[in-house]
Write a protein that binds this ligand. Structure first.
Ligand code: KIV
Ligand code: ZN
Length: 514
């Protein structure tokens, strides 16, 4: 009989919390729908008390994504738990995930609470959460630096109060595989009621061990792994979902009798959708989803793979949904091929959004011979997820060169109203940005500007990435267009829209404890 290792995805919570990875509501919804197709058991959709925006995102995902459990994070405070409960009111399968730190380091320096006070908090919060839903997860933050006997006590209280998923986070990425496995075994043996609970692991990658630690814990009996697509997350990131899933799948001899409910062919689409949404590229040598993960460069490897793939290939690109990765589309490609490729990249466009994307694809195919995945991602991103934004680029024109002082005229839609400005600059991009800054009245600072020809050739689509900061918040905006001046305008406006989104989120309180 196969036992299930549950996959708890926290891309939209722990992942989204990391610099440059923020997403707006429609981006989060599109990603949540893709996670549902991927077959994750739980989507941690956000931290409802953190801000209005987080609350709204969790609520919208709970409303609209019905095929998987939707989870909201809460500290143990009364207001936190209540807010999570409210956000999840309409979920088909709600889960409240409440947490408090348990290491003496955190108790002394952060919480300034005694061990007894923490136990009382755990009891109170879990009972309160159970008042909203049956499915309650409790996390002992910084568990791997906590006293093991005290942890047993903490989890005993959580179980008695009604939690059935017990999470053992390696919050600071400090543990080692063998030690973590021993901790999980210790807790399974010692916590009263452990047999009726699922032990969960949540690892950070500070020492590059998040995946190894998670897998070691699975071998020791953990049956839920918390992870993120592409391993995004705080600092060095969280456990990479795709790596854990494919390790379990590829080594049934090691993970005997274990499996996940993940639809492996949706791994690559999920990875691409996330990367193109947040504009944080996947490193080329990243396991499973990096562009070189299946590329055999060395002659001896190529020779071996041509003779028999098994010589150097332990899994196929097709198994993670990378089937037609190398094939380019062109102007003779039809709707069917276009739709299939979009699905492979994680986009499910329907109705007018699909028609609009197809029209733009045809226009681009008229202008350049080969259309690559990156071209399609740029088109689909524009069509699908940037719907609730304040600013939109409608017209851009520049005059520049050796005889002319660079001058830009930009027309933007600002809150639905067309506005135009002209500005001079030291170059065409500078002029464009000045015009946009005037129209949006932004107080942000441009920190980084990067241009990349995302697909080869003279007719390459230019991709621009800009990093802007305001009030300590850093966001990355992306834009793609055959004309890099237009791409620059789109990237800058994308970044400014993200800042606006954060302002709207209007922090109630700075999240404490994570
Ligand atoms: O890293 C951590 O400890 C967390 C908890 C909230 C589970 O993210
Ligand atoms: Zn974490």
């Amino acid at each position: 009989m196969t036992e299930l290792v549950r996959i708890f995805d926290t891309t939209l919570r722990d992942g989204e919390q990391s610099p440059g990875c923020s997403m707006n509501l429609s981006e989060k919804l599109a990603l949540a729908r893709q996670l549902e197709r991927l077959g994750v058991d739980v989507i941690e959709a956000g931290f409802p008390i953190a801000s209005e925006g987080d609350f709204e995102s969790v609520k919208a995902i709970a409303d609209q994504v019905r095929g998987t459990s939707i989870c909201g994070l809460a500290r143990t405070g009364q207001e936190d738990v209540a807010r999570a409960g409210q956000a999840l009111e309409t979920a088909a399968s709600p889960r409240i995930h409440t947490f408090i730190a348990t290491s003496d380091i955190h108790l002394e320096h952060k919480l300034r609470m005694s061990r007894e006070e923490v136990l009382a908090e755990v009891d109170r919060a879990v009972r309160q959460a159970r008042g909203y839903c049956d499915d309650v997860e409790f996390s002992a933050e910084d568990a791997t630096r906590s006293d093991w006997d005290y942890l047993v006590e903490v989890f005993r209280v959580a179980v008695e109060a009604g939690a059935r998923t017990l999470n053992v986070p390696d919050t600071v990425g400090y543990t080692q595989p063998e030690e973590y496995a021993r901790l999980i075994a210790h807790l399974r043996e010692r916590v009263p009621g452990a047999d009726d609970c699922i032990f969960s692991v949540h690892c950070h990658n500070d020492l590059g061990l998040a995946v190894s630690n998670s897998l070691a814990a699975v071998l020791a009996g953990a049956r839920q792994v918390e992870c993120t697509v592409n391993g995004i997350g705080e600092r060095a990131g969280n456990t990479a979902l795709e790596e854990v899933v494919m390790a379990i799948k590829t080594r049934p001899d090691v993970f005997a009798g274990l499996d996940t409910a993940i639809v492996a062919t949706e791994i690559y689409p999920s990875s691409r959708l996330l990367a193109s949404t947040i504009g944080v590229p996947v490193q080329p040598n990243k396991a499973i989803v990096g562009s070189n993960a299946f590329a055999h460069e060395a002659g001896i490897h190529q020779d071996g793979v041509l003779k028999a793939a098994i010589t150097y290939e332990i899994m196929t690109p097709q198994s993670i949904g990378r089937a037609s990765n190398e094939l380019v589309l062109g102007k003779h490609s039809g709707r069917h091929a276009f739709r299939e490729r979009l699905q492979e990249l994680g986009f499910e466009l329907e109705g007018e959004a699909f028609q609009e994307a197809f029209r733009r694809f045809k226009d681009l195919a008229d202008a350049k011979k080969s259309i690559f995945n990156e071209d399609l991602e740029a088109i689909a991103q524009d069509a699908v997820v940037r719907t609730d934004e304040r600013f939109e680029v409608t017209e851009v024109s520049v005059l520049s060169g050796t005889f002319a002082k660079p001058t830009a005229t930009v027309e933007l839609t600002v809150d639905g109203e067309a506005k135009k400005a002209t500005a001079l600059g030291i170059g065409p991009v500078d002029a464009i940005f000045k015009a946009i800054a005037e129209l949006t009245e932004t107080k942000s600072e441009l920190e980084r500007f990067h241009v990349n020809g995302i697909t080869g050739g003279m007719d390459a689509l230019g991709e621009v990435s800009v990093t802007v900061t305001e009030g300590g918040r850093r966001v990355i905006g992306n834009g793609a267009h055959p004309d890099i001046i237009v791409a620059s305008a789109k990237a800058y406006v994308h970044a400014l829209n993200k800042l606006e989104w954060h302002k709207k989120r209007h922090s109630l309180s700075e999240p404490k404890g994570i």
